[in-house]
Design a binder for this molecule. Structure first.
Ligand code: BES
Ligand code: MN
Ligand code: ZN
Length: 515
């Protein structure tokens, strides 16, 4: 989607030539005697429209309004949340056939956050998965112009971030949505290479031989039951000063999780194609960084493989040696995420990270604990935890801190190795995090369990692109607090994932069943 921001008075909004004019009217809107103001006043007086959030009034061929169609949207107090809720309700209108150009007029002084949020919501509302659909019609909407009463520097900056963020979110959704046979470890690696064509980016792909040489025995154990070769993807973005400690992001990249020999039940197993949601969010964040070119160094690591049952698959009771040298008794082959992550986390130490953050669709227990609203946040570092929580709130991609008391690790004891890969059923999300913690040493580390938030089940089944928003916000706040080092060059455009047919876009609103 093409987004444009410009200053627009109510009178100018009426003159804006487009197929659809969305007018956001808040309780603060001063209704003037211009064409739109007059209509809103009348409609409110007649009881056909109200300013409370979510109210709509569709109008056609309004006198003195250039747009073919006008949609009045009440946004209540006009907060970012109100704007999001109001815009989510007009996804269908944006996808109408023949609609090519839309304009969104803020009929009140919207703050920067509301403008960024509008862009993200429009991006979400107009995304549709088409990659493996033979009959998908392309979305006709080509451009959305956002009109604000005053285009301040803060609003313009937030707009740019919103545009980059929705592109990253769309990329994460696209890769997570693709079925496992259309999103193999090799295909994810190729996607990373595509993103890394942007300025200040590079990418290194490690195959089975390199991973064996590194001694990633835990990661290899998960991959050994699959015909698909594993990939260890390493992305670098160097926007900061040379030698500035990077933020390292690690994303779980299980492109399909059958459970392995500890096989999962058949019901809803298809959703385990989303088990690379963490990996997809790393790709999405790098796509956003490519566009924004902030002054920060970031490393992205993705251990990618399938978890399959097979004659060669790892068996319950097998003991493997992780890259750290610690041995692991694999008591349950379905607890594979922590096995691929522990080697990636150990590998991360070589970059001497300022912070290390992993994202993983790690435990069903986290879905039970927090549902689909907030991701689980685990960190022993108060400063890092609070920065991530703040970033999540600001990006409306929230998380919630969970405990990490040492006693939670008691259940990981093994009679045959340094640790088992599972504890009991109790506090399953916490014991998984305690397992990971054994591999991070004293690096400031946080773990985001996104099992409940990375995708939705049921009629709205599909990836959400979370936690791209949270991570991008976190990285940008780090970049802002660091001293500026150099002016950003213009980014080379990185290709978006290609679809079988042209991209059409759709909204998904329902939440994950049982979440
Ligand atoms: N990918 C799953 C976690 C998952 C399950 C995410 C359901 C979203 C919905 C993970 O690999 C897994 O299977 N975890 C096990 C761990 C258990 C064996 C300790 C789980 O949560 O059941
Ligand atoms: Mn599993
Ligand atoms: Zn898994």
């Amino acid at each position: 989607m093409n987004f444009e921001l410009k200053a627009l008075t109510a009178a100018a909004a009426a003159r804006e030539k487009c197929d659809l004019l969305l007018v956001l009217v808040s309780e603060q809107t001063a209704l003037g005697s211009d064409a739109i103001g007059t209509i809103v006043s009348h409609a409110v007086k007649q009881g056909d429209f109200a300013l409370s959030c979510g109210k709509q009034l569709a109008l056609y061929q309004v006198p003195a309004v250039a747009a073919r169609r006008v949609l009045l949207l009440g946004v209540g107090a006009g907060s970012a949340r109100d704007v999001r809720n109001a815009l989510q309700g007009c996804a269908a209108a944006l996808k109408a056939e023949g609609l090519e150009k839309a304009a969104l007029h803020f009929a009140f002084e919207a703050d920067a956050k509301a403008v960024a949020c509008a862009v993200q919501t429009l991006g979400d509302a107009t995304y549709a998965y088409t990659h493996t659909k033979s009959q998908a019609k392309p979305l006709s909407l080509k451009k959305v112009t956002l009109g604000v009463p005053s285009k301040t520097a803060a609003v313009a900056a937030a707009f740019e971030i919103g545009v980059a963020q929705q592109e990253g979110v769309a990329m994460a959704r696209e890769w997570a949505n693709r079925p496992a046979n259309h999103a193999t470890p090799t295909m994810l690696a190729n996607a990373a290479k595509g993103i890394a064509k942007a300025a200040r980016m590079s990418c290194k792909i490690h195959g089975p031989a390199e991973v064996a040489k590194l001694g990633m025995g835990a990661f290899m154990a998960v991959a050994q039951g699959s015909r698909e070769p594993l990939r260890f993807i390493e992305l670098h973005y160097n926007g900061g000063a040379k030698g500035d400690a990077p933020i390292v992001l690690v994303g779980k990249g299980i492109t399909f999780d059958t459970g392995g020999i500890s096989l999962k039940p058949a019901a809803e197993m298809d959703e385990m194609k989303f088990d690379m949601g963490g990996a997809a969010s790393v790709l999405g964040v790098f796509q956003s960084l490519a566009k924004l070119q902030p002054a920060i160094n970031v490393v992205g690591l993705i251990p990618a493989c399938e978890n399959m049952p097979d004659g060669a698959a790892v068996k319950p009771g097998d003991v493997v040696t992780s890259m750290s040298g610690q041995t692991i008794e694999i008591l349950n082959t379905d607890a594979e995420g922590r096995l691929v992550l522990c080697d990636a986390l150990h590998y991360a130490a070589r970059f001497k990270p300022a912070a290390l953050v992993d994202m993983a669709t790690l435990t069903g227990a986290c879905v039970i604990a927090l549902g689909g609203l907030r991701s689980g946040l685990f960190s022993a570092n108060d400063e890092l935890a609070s920065a991530l929580q703040t970033a999540g709130d600001a990006a409306m991609d929230p998380c919630w801190r969970m405990p990490l008391d040492d006693e939670y690790a008691d259940g990981l004891k093994s009679n045959f190795a340094d640790m088992g890969n599972v504890a009991g059923r109790a506090a399953g999300a916490v014991t998984a995090a305690k397992f990971l913690q054994k591999f991070v040493g004293d690096i400031p580390w946080a773990h985001l369990d996104i099992a409940g938030t990375a995708w939705k089940s049921g009629a709205a089944k599909g990836a959400t692109g979370r936690p791209v928003g949270l991570l991008l916000q976190f990285l940008l706040s780090k970049a802002a607090s660091a001293k500026p080092v150099k002016t950003a060059k213009v980014a080379k455009a990185a290709p978006a994932p290609r679809s079988a047919s042209t991209r059409k876009r759709a909204a998904s609103t329902a939440s994950k069943a049982g979440a």
